[in-house]
Design a protein around this ligand. Structure first.
Ligand code: HEM
Length: 75
């Protein structure tokens, strides 16, 4: 998992958003390192509206950072 995040620069906002999702997922992986437990917990959050809203908020926070790092893709 070394250097899994070589850069915050992305070509497009869409790619930046994908990176934001990756950051969020990486935190889960680093926090709960047992894949079997993650698999078990997945259906819980997948079917819970509040969990999904929480997921959205985490990704939004990462996306704000990535957007700033990319100068909001303004060229
Ligand atoms: C699947 C995002 C939290 C376990 C996914 C997928 C996304 C995602 C986008 C679908 C991937 C695909 O089908 O291509 C996130 C985000 C999270 C989060 C942004 C938090 C902010 C969690 C948590 C767990 C978890 C808390 C369990 C502890 C899983 C598992 C899958 C999954 C096991 C299925 C992986 C697979 O089928 O390949 N997640 N997730 N995720 N997530 Fe999460």
């Amino acid at each position: 998992m070394d250097n899994w995040l070589p850069t915050l620069q992305t070509e497009t906002p869409s790619e930046g958003y994908d990176l934001a999702v990756k950051l969020a997922r990486m935190t889960i992986k680093k926090t709960q390192t047992d894949a079997a437990i993650r698999d078990r917990l997945r259906p819980d959050y997948a079917e819970n509206a509040d969990s999904l809203i929480a997921v959205s908020a985490v990704v939004a926070t990462h996306f704000a950072t990535i957007s700033a790092a990319n100068g909001y893709w303004a060229r």
